[in-house]
Design a binder for this molecule. Structure first.
Ligand code: CP3
Length: 344
């Protein structure tokens, strides 16, 4: 029987105090992260440097004692491993060479080639599984096919995922081909992370909320279900967390529809609603608004307590509703943790 609190919550146990970690916990709000990133040179060099990527993964564990560490990498490393060019423009975000035609899809590498590029990521996982404290759970991750496809098709982040919707509606065969390639490659990528020591995997579908009607089922639920089923077949006992951000009322029933052990909630639903409609299906993760990490104070404490209390009757992992932002105050993170561990 495992003693790790995150694994216990994922197995369906209701704990007296919810375990806690934070999306983007290794990030620019921490001075020690900024120093290591400067040492690496740039963000992608940091992702592909196993020693330094492991170091930044460990920094928030040392500072705060979170119950989980998440591998430091990025969801866009997978399209890069499939042959897309990838670079980051400071202050703006990612840029990629685009894939919008059947010919460009065919020119990508086969999924078998991804490990040539991604092997340093697996080395980061191996270092972490040696160096993490024994009570800390190691989470691996990948982007969900739809979210990764939105960046591959547009060549950058977009406010409404317009270019991906346009391709989906105008050339379904090419769009479906991109989704299928990403689905298959993601299974192999997560599988390799598990073989290197990841104890849990999380699928980030940051843009699931913009899929409407049957598209939500076809391109958010279905790829996540296929990935989860394949992971569970290859690695029985490895829990899967799915994060279809922006799902709103469609969060209800997703444990069953995806087959995931845990559904991660953004801050678009209340914890009370989630307790009645989502936690009935299994463990939930979330969902404090990340802006509280900037503003702090009584509001932070009150909202943290409200979430802990609302979700206290079932399995719950405390987290933010989205990643912590660079302008957050590290002291507010400590206040959130102290509030959760004081029993909400
Ligand atoms: O949670 C973690 O700490 C693990 C590491 C992680 C990163 N990105 C590190 C990162 C994870 C899980 C991600 C996921 C990711 N990456 C998502 C899905 C989750 C989400 O936030 O919606 C997406 C859409 C990306 C793509 C991406 N990477 C964008 C759009 C950006 C630029 C925006 C920004 O915040 O700067 C990144 C860069 C990135 N990924 C940073 C970090 C720590 C900042 C890079 C830096 O140091 O400059």
């Amino acid at each position: 029987m495992t003693q790790k609190t995150i694994l216990r919550a994922l197995a369906g146990e209701t704990l007296p105090t919810p375990p806690i970690w934070m999306m983007r916990q290794a990030g620019r709000y921490l001075p020690e992260y900024r120093a290591t990133r400067a040492q690496a040179g740039d963000f992608l060099s940091l992702c592909y440097n196993p020693e330094l990527a492991a170091e930044v993964t460990l920094q928030p564990i040392r500072r705060y004692g979170f119950d989980a560490a998440i591998l430091f990498a990025d969801i866009l490393l997978l399209p890069q491993a499939l042959g897309a060019d990838l670079w980051f423009v400071t202050g703006e975000g990612p840029r990629l060479s685009t894939v919008t035609t059947g010919a460009e899809l065919a020119a990508l590498k086969p999924k078998e080639a991804i490990h040539d590029t991604l092997s340093p990521v697996y080395e980061t996982v191996r270092i972490l599984s040696r160096e993490l404290p024994k009570e800390t759970t190691l989470i691996g991750f990948a982007g969900a096919p739809w979210t990764v496809a939105t960046y591959m098709i547009a060549g950058r982040g977009t406010p409404d995922q317009g270019p991906a919707h346009a391709l989906k509606d105008s050339d379904r065969a090419t769009f479906q081909g991109i989704i299928d390639l990403l689905t298959d490659a993601t299974v192999d990528y997560l599988s390799a992370q598990i073989e290197a020591g990841a104890e849990v995997v999380k699928i980030f579908d940051s843009w699931a909320g913009s899929l409407q009607g049957a598209d939500f089922h076809d391109f958010a639920v279905e790829p996540a279900r296929k990935i989860t089923a394949a992971i569970k077949e290859r690695h029985p006992g490895i829990p899967v967390i799915a994060f279809p951000r922006g799902a709103g009322e469609r969060y209800a029933g997703l444990h069953q529809a995806i087959g995931a052990d845990c559904i991660a909630l953004d801050d678009g639903v209340t914890a009370d609603w989630a307790a009645a409609n989502v936690q009935t299906g299994g463990c939930v993760q979330g969902n404090l608004k990340s802006s509280h990490m900037v503003t702090g104070g009584d509001d932070l404490v009150r909202e943290t307590r409200r979430i802990v209390d609302a979700l206290s009757k079932g399995p719950h992992i405390f987290n933010l509703g989205h990643g912590i932002t660079p302008d957050a105050d590290p002291e507010n993170v400590q206040l959130m943790i102290d509030t959760v561990r004081a029993g909400g």
